[in-house]
Design a protein around this ligand. Structure first.
Ligand code: HEM
Length: 417
């Protein structure tokens, strides 16, 4: 284990302080680190400390080398968990290393590949229509709760073949699990996970008994070379899916809208051609917002990252939001340019085995919702200040009041997109 010999982050920089993420990630501090201490020792009040990795190339190098930088050994959250909770989370593929991870990913990946997602495209378009229908007559809403949060919980209900109200409850449980350690106590967090696993087990039993045209049934039926998911494995995957796909997508949409309001010229550009600009706009909002702030790895052996020696057992934390503003890769990185091309952002991870499995879903959800909002509520504008999430892991607005001219709901149009 390292004694932290190397550059230590200076006083005044605390990447574990949720207040530093209110209103935006601490980009000035991250820029300083990229320039002066790209692999810097970051002390921790209740832990060993960790190496903060802030440059694009280093974030990618760590993400692509699971043999040296393990997700299994200490998990992917900065705070060290006790052995019992770590053992439980290791049931999720996000906490596995190859070859265990490779076997698991092979079983679940087929339903997330581009052609499979395409089959859900019209359904996602219809969900976006329904969600905007739900708010358009009121003339005002909370964009985070009523629109951005509705999309992932509606999608998960649709693709898993479960009632919409259950999807909302599951989304709420996710928020509890992702809250900053000070905001929610350990028992409440564990209860939320237990409730979700219990729910997933009911889904597994019901879908095995009566398979439907949904992703849960497909996952349970998938068999590759005689191998398949057990009920227990399905439950942990269900929990990961809801956790990974819920507040990430919500924050991309809610915080993405906030970013657009802060850049009126870019918003105008998007409004002028929502469908034409949607693809590159979503990529740029992913880069600019970077809803997942960081992931942790643990060094399995002594190694070198840039100029820094890392000892076996050290915690290494990659900061995606920083890599996405690295001036070595992105021209004018602090400028929002909805047409940015190329845009090799790492919002879905730095490549390697854990690259976001739901990236195609997230892109389609974001495109459908933003296009629907801009075409149906063209004069949408902020109606008060956002409230920010109390988290240093997932970045974004917890609420964003907006107003617009009320309009009539439309009827959901299958195949319109
Ligand atoms: C804007 C939305 C999203 C963002 C920013 C995001 C970001 C990420 C990141 C950073 C990782 C970890 C990458 C790594 O460790 O190398 C990840 C993994 C994952 N994501 Fe996403 N994600 C999003 C949406 C989704 C959605 C919608 C789903 C599912 C429907 C999903 C499912 C997953 C899963 C299952 C993993 C674990 C993959 C593995 O361990 O092999 N994500 N995501």
């Amino acid at each position: 284990m390292s004694d932290g010999t190397g550059t230590v982050v200076p006083d005044g920089i605390d990447l574990l302080d949720a207040a530093a993420f209110a209103g935006g990630q601490p980009h000035a501090q991250l820029r300083w680190l990229r320039e002066h201490a790209p692999v810097a020792w970051h002390p921790e009040a209740d832990g060993t400390g960790f190496w903060a990795v802030t440059r694009y190339d280093d974030v990618r190098a760590v993400s692509r080398d699971p043999e040296t930088f393990s997700s299994h050994r200490g998990g992917v959250m900065v705070a060290d968990a006790d052995e019992a909770s770590l053992a439980a989370t290791r049931n999720m593929m996000l906490y596995m290393d190859p070859p265990e991870h490779t076997r698991y990913r092979r079983l679940v990946a087929p339903v997330f590949k581009r052609p499979a997602v395409r089959a859900w495209l019209d359904r996602i378009g219809d969900l976006a229509v329904e969600i905007v229908d739900g708010v358009c007559e009121a003339g005002a809403c909370d964009l985070v709760a009523d629109v951005a949060g509705e999309m992932p919980s509606a999608l998960i209900s649709q693709i898993m073949g479960i009632p919409r109200a259950d999807g909302r409850r599951l989304h709420h449980l996710t928020e509890t699990m992702h809250a900053a350690p000070g905001a929610v106590d350990a028992t409440t967090r564990a209860d939320a996970a237990a409730e979700m696993i219990g729910y997933a087990l009911e889904v597994a039993r019901a879908k095995r008994a009566t398979p439907g045209d949904d992703l849960a049934s497909l996952l349970l039926a998938t068999e590759i070379d005689g191998d398949h998911l057990s009920d227990e494995e399905f439950c942990w995957f269900f929990l990961l899916l809801i956790n990974a796909g819920g507040d990430t997508t919500r924050n991309l949409l809610g915080t993405g809208a906030h970013v657009l309001f802060e850049h009126p010229a870019e918003l105008e550009r998007f409004r002028a051609d929502p469908r034409g600009l949607a693809d590159s706009a979503v990529e740029e909002l992913l880069r600019y917002v970077s809803p997942v702030v960081h992931m942790r790895r643990t060094a399995t052996r002594t190694t070198q990252l840039g100029d820094q020696r890392i000892a076996a057992g050290d915690k290494v934390v990659v900061f995606y939001g920083s890599a996405n503003r690295d001036e070595r890769v992105f021209a004018e990185p602090d400028r929002l340019d909805l047409g940015r091309d190329p845009n090799p952002h790492v919002a879905f991870g730095g490549g390697g085995p854990h690259f976001c499995l739901g990236a195609h879903f997230a892109r389609v959800e974001a495109r459908a919702t933003l296009v629907e909002l801009l075409t149906r509520l063209p004069d949408i504008e902020p109606d008060g200040e956002p409230r920010w999430l109390d988290s240093t892991f997932i970045y974004g607005a917890a609420s964003l009041p907006v107003r617009y001219t009320p309009t009539r709901p439309t009827v959901a149009r299958a195949g319109a997109r």
